[in-house]
Ligand binder design. Structure first.
Ligand SMILES: Nc1ccn([C@@H]2O[C@@H]3COP(=O)(O)O[C@H]3[C@H]2O)c(=O)n1
Length: 269
């Protein structure tokens, strides 16, 4: 059975934010329900049928501790959404692990993301094969499609849609203000992982880069899909609160596991 594990559900700063003493950051330090490492997920086939290659989406600066949290010794394959530090900061450590294990890691990303990563970490190519996703790829039995999405003030990110056996899901951690064509691959999904940094972000729109929960719910009402998990959450989100989110939405928690492809989830509409 395929499953997705949330390795981290935080925004670029993680929770607690290093400089912050707000209630959420304080709770994260003292108890830890709101403790959030930088966003990434693990996809695990685990059924030994040869189509179940394990891979991660994104490799932020918490990669090493996320591996320890899960008791994982190595993941050989990564999909990267965009070349911002909170999504690629763990790549040098991952490449070092490839080196010490004597394996060549496989890093899949869109062509322009690969070029940026190679510019930032020029030594990675010794231990990593860079593989472009632009024309579509097959990974762990999934047909994988990447496309460019608006990341507001921060430029562009990419989202991934994965299809297998009539089940489809997508990972879209860093997006805002999606245009009609950017929403197209999200229609009719069984499951979506969507970034929502704030519950209601008050900053001026032109300075923002990720949906808030209010806007995300509007988007989801339009998309009419199965189940959605919110990730990439800042210290604005307190997981102890009930935000009265629409049916079919779950705030993802670190370590949460979601079965992929086994359940046809109920439609929201
Ligand atoms: N060119 C850039 C721009 C931004 N960044 C990092 O990505 C984060 C996105 O959210 P933020 O809160 O704006 O902080 C950004 C930088 O850490 C980055 O690594 N490279």
């Amino acid at each position: 059975m395929n499953q997705l594990t949330f390795l981290g559900t935080g925004d670029a700063m993680g929770v607690p934010r290093v400089y912050c003493d707000c209630d959420v950051c304080t709770e994260a330090r003292l108890m830890g329900e709101n403790k959030r490492k930088r966003s990434s997920v693990l996809i695990d086939g685990g059924d030994g049928d040869g189509t179940s290659e394990q891979f991660m989406i994104d490799c932020g600066p918490d990669w090493r501790s996320q591996m320890e949290d899960q008791g994982l010794r190595m993941v050989h394959t990564l999909l990267i959404t965009h070349a911002h530090f909170d999504h690629i900061g763990g790549l040098p450590e991952w490449a070092d692990a490839c080196r010490w294990l004597g394996v060549k890691g496989r890093l899949y990303a869109p062509r322009e993301v690969i070029a940026t990563i190679q510019g930032q970490f020029p030594w990675l190519g010794r231990h990593v094969d860079f593989l472009e996703t632009d024309g579509g790829i097959e990974l762990g039995g999934w047909k994988v499609h990447s496309w460019k999405v608006c990341h507001g003030h921060n430029g562009y990110s990419y989202a991934y849609r994965l299809d297998q056996g009539g089940y489809s899901w997508a990972y879209c951690s860093d997006a805002i203000d999606l245009k009609t064509s950017e929403k197209e691959p999200l229609h009719g999904l069984d499951m979506l992982v969507l970034g929502t940094s704030f519950v209601h972000e008050l900053a001026e729109f032109s300075t923002r880069s990720v949906y808030d929960m209010r806007e995300a719910q509007e988007l989801l009402r339009e998309l009419k899909l199965g189940h959605t998990y919110f990730t990439h959450m800042s210290h604005d989100v307190d997981v102890r609160q009930n935000y009265n989110l629409d049916q079919g939405i779950t705030i993802a928690l670190t370590g949460m596991k979601v079965p992929l492809g086994t359940l046809k989830l109920e439609m929201n509409a």
